[in-house]
Ligand binder design. Structure first.
Ligand code: NDP
Length: 500
């Protein structure tokens, strides 16, 4: 199979050729994982946690790991280190600590009527979890999504995007050195067909990517009735009410619109601002954009934080952005700033673009843009904003801005989205204690929180006698089963009258 050629999007330089796995290689990886999982799952939770924390520290301390991440993605050091690496450490802390231990511990539930019994809810690892990652966050949406299934005792096979596999390969090498047993965490590099081969073998699939691939993955999961988590695209709205702190809102719109060059699933994809403050908001945002520094991020200077907006990791996103801008302009939109490729820079860069006078029928207001393009639409009031926001087929994230925190919070509850920030953006991703996932076409299932860990377990309920009440169980066991007795039915009738 033709190898993958990985290039640096910020410079165009060829970085490395990587083998592309075929179905046989995918099969072999899953078999290795299956053989390794029972011993990993049988380790005490604390021991698995110690190994995963050692790996997280190795990622933090390795001298060249971030260079790999930056060079295959073209992102600034701040985003590689301050977002991807920071998040991986924080997530590992959460899932390998007390919260993780509690979430996975046996749970005893006492029935009200059959008080002589108790139900023990046991969580077992599911087996082999296949994690399929996108190219926009080579660490945060790839290895970091393996932390929860690994902490829960599963073996994981990770298939990174064919465009950014090098970071995952470095993690695999560091994992071996950190003591992750052979076969417990493997990286299979390849194209979509390798992903498809893995989904046909997994005990559970955790997929992050586009809705169209997500549907194929869901079909593969349905075929074999295995659980699947889908983390898909978004069209997250930012609703700015007239009483918002406008400089703060504009600053947040620019950060969440242009961080990672707009290649962020929960980014602000559209701004809905009350008409009375729209011009001021647009001027403030344009001023913020003018200050952004866009360039390749130097690898050799770890202390440099002198680039804000990096390259476009995935080349087709540039044409996609251009199509959205052309459509917006044809329908009466106004490019306030940006709107074109940065041909003055090496590699693939696109100027941060602000579009005013956006309307709901524009592609840029309806489809995921996933590029540094931010449309702003004037709305009559909060209700109009909510109507337009909720008309989207997607429901990943969003934000509401008002200095009246109660009003903003009430509006946030009415947004169709998996998570919403009030007077902030993107923080919903970094608060790992709370679940994050999409609704509607943005997916199903979660990452983060207790929910994001427990979903990687199958549940077994074991019904036991309550200590000291075994005699009652023996008595009732005789009473309630064959041969059916009139007095038992009288007892059940009494219960039905008494309790319901
Ligand atoms: P894709 O759907 O194109 O690819 C995602 C992954 O699936 C890649 O590893 C891809 O491999 C693989 N793949 C392709 N075909 C198949 C198949 N038939 N079976 C199994 N796996 C397959 O998405 P992108 O990589 O373009 O990612 C961008 C999208 O991801 C955006 O829509 C973005 O919003 C979304 N996203 C969602 C997040 C969330 O948390 N909700 C977070 C981050 C991104 P290959 O690349 O080799 O083709």
């Amino acid at each position: 199979m033709e190898p993958l050629r990985i290039t640096n999007p910020a410079t165009g330089e060829l970085l490395q050729e990587v083998p592309a796995a075929d179905a046989a290689a995918a099969n072999a990886a899953v078999e290795r994982a299956r053989a390794a999982q029972p011993a990993w799952g049988a380790l005490p939770f604390g021991e698995r946690g110690r190994i995963l924390r050692r790996l997280a520290r190795a990622l933090r301390d390795d001298a060249t790991f971030l260079d790999t991440l930056m060079s295959e993605s073209g992102k600034p050091r701040y985003e590689a280190e301050g977002m991807e690496l920071f998040y991986t450490l924080e997530l590992t802390r959460f899932y390998t600590g007390r919260a993780g231990r509690r979430a996975l511990a046996d749970e005893l539930r006492g029935p009200m009527v059959f008080a002589n019994k108790r139900a023990r809810v046991v969580r077992h690892p599911r087996g082999v979890v296949v994690v399929i990652g996108p190219w926009n966050w080579p660490l945060l949406n790839n290895y970091a999504d393996c932390v929860a299934p690994l902490a829960a005792g599963n073996a994981v096979v990770l298939k990174p995007s064919e465009h950014t596999p090098l970071t995952s390969l470095r993690v695999a090498a560091l994992a071996r050195a950190a003591g992750v047993p052979d076969g417990v965490f493997q990286v299979v590099t390849g194209r979509g067909d390798a992903g498809a081969a893995l989904t046909a073998l997994a005990d559970m699939i955790f997929f992050t990517g586009s809705a169209s691939t997500g549907k194929q993955v869901a079909k593969a999961a349905a075929e074999r009735l295995v659980p699947v988590v889908l983390e898909l695209g978004g069209k997250s709205p930012m609703i700015v009410l007239a009483d918002a702190d406008l400089p703060r809102a504009a600053h947040a719109a620019v950060w969440s619109g242009f961080a990672n060059s707009g290649q962020v699933c929960i980014r602000t994809e559209r701004v809905l601002v009350e008409a009375s403050v729209a011009d001021r908001f647009i001027n403030l945002a344009a001023t913020e954009i003018a200050r952004l520094r866009q360039a390749p991020s130097p690898l050799a200077s770890p202390d440099a934080a002198d680039v804000d907006v990096g390259a476009m990791t995935f080349a087709p996103q540039i044409e996609h952005a251009e199509r959205h801008i052309a459509d917006a302009v044809a329908r009466g939109g106004r490019v306030v700033t940006g709107g074109k490729r940065r041909n003055d820079l090496p590699g693939r860069f696109f100027a941060p673009t602000l579009i005013a006078d956006a309307t709901p029928e524009m592609d840029v207001m309806r489809e995921e843009t996933f590029a540094p393009v931010l449309p702003v639409m004037r709305v009559a009031d909060a209700e109009a904003a909510l109507r337009i926001a909720n008309a989207s087929p997607m429901g990943l994230s969003g934000s509401v801005w008002s200095q009246d925190a109660r009003r903003a919070s009430a509006l946030a509850r009415r947004l169709d989205a998996g998570s919403v920030c009030v007077n902030d953006v993107l923080m919903n991703y970094f608060i790992v204690e709370a679940p994050l996932g999409g609704i509607k076409a943005s997916g199903m299932g979660f990452r983060h929180g207790t929910e994001g860990l427990r979903q990687f377990c199958r549940i077994e309920t074991i019904v036991e006698d309550r200590p000291l009440l075994g005699w009652l169980s023996r008595l009732l066991g005789r009473e309630l089963a064959f041969p059916y007795r009139r007095r038992s039915l009288r007892l059940l009738r009494w219960v039905m009258k008494r309790f319901y």
